[in-house]
Design a protein around this ligand. Sequence first.
Ligand SMILES: O=C(O)CCC(=O)C(=O)O
Length: 267
Amino acid sequence: MDTKNCPTSVEDIEFYKENGFIQYPNFFSKEEIKDLGDAVDDAITCNRDRILGAENGGRGSEDYEKVFNQMVNLWCDYPSVKSYSLNQRLAESARRLSESQHVRIYHDHAMIKPAGETSKETNWHQDSPYWPMDPIGSLSAWVAVDDVTISNGCLNFIPKSHKFGKLEPIALGKEGESIIKKMEDKEYELPDSVSMEMPAGGVTFHHGCTFHHAGANNSNRPRRAFAIIYIPDYVCFTGRGDAAGAADEMTAGGPWDHPLHPIVAGT
Ligand SMILES: O=C(O)CCC(=O)C(=O)O
């Protein structure tokens, strides 16, 4: 495997372990990322039944679709997406950050936040409570397909919040739900959030327990993002629901050994 172009250094691993996230604003160039944007546009236009929760001719639930339209496992349909979901530089970064012998993918997902007045924030949440995995340690790479700023819905993180471990799931489409609020109600003090503005092609990695959020998209164009979730070798399948569709073909308590979850870095 060609790992020599992987940007993740020993210092980056220490930063990630301490803070629960890391940013690479120029991981891909804008030119490189264009084919990913084209595939996401094609999927959202021509493949609306792929939108998670889609019903009634391809529309998701009213509240949820104001947060984002989400499409999972586009790597299975689009060769250009596959080169990101199975990308060795991304996967090797995830492997180093999670200090794992190898990483598999759980799934990829495009998240298109609609523009304009009806756009809603992505509530503060952790990812781990939604994942059928134990122990914690899985992480996401979030790829900016468009330039992202505070005003069109870049990600925000609470540094060190992954140290709370796995808490409870938050309803993403429900007004006022927030993991920050829940923790503050319990009188925990949290550091200030940090905003991950970056150009198209930039990538952030975040731990599955890191509190994160994106504001509403106040611009006049959809905000396109594409994320890949990585499973370290030490994380087992717990047997609950599996968004990626392979739950019935795997054993609870066992490894993620399935063609939908290939090893993408390490051995
Ligand atoms: O893109 C967003 O609005 C939220 C992304 C997110 O929650 C994630 O990638 O885990």
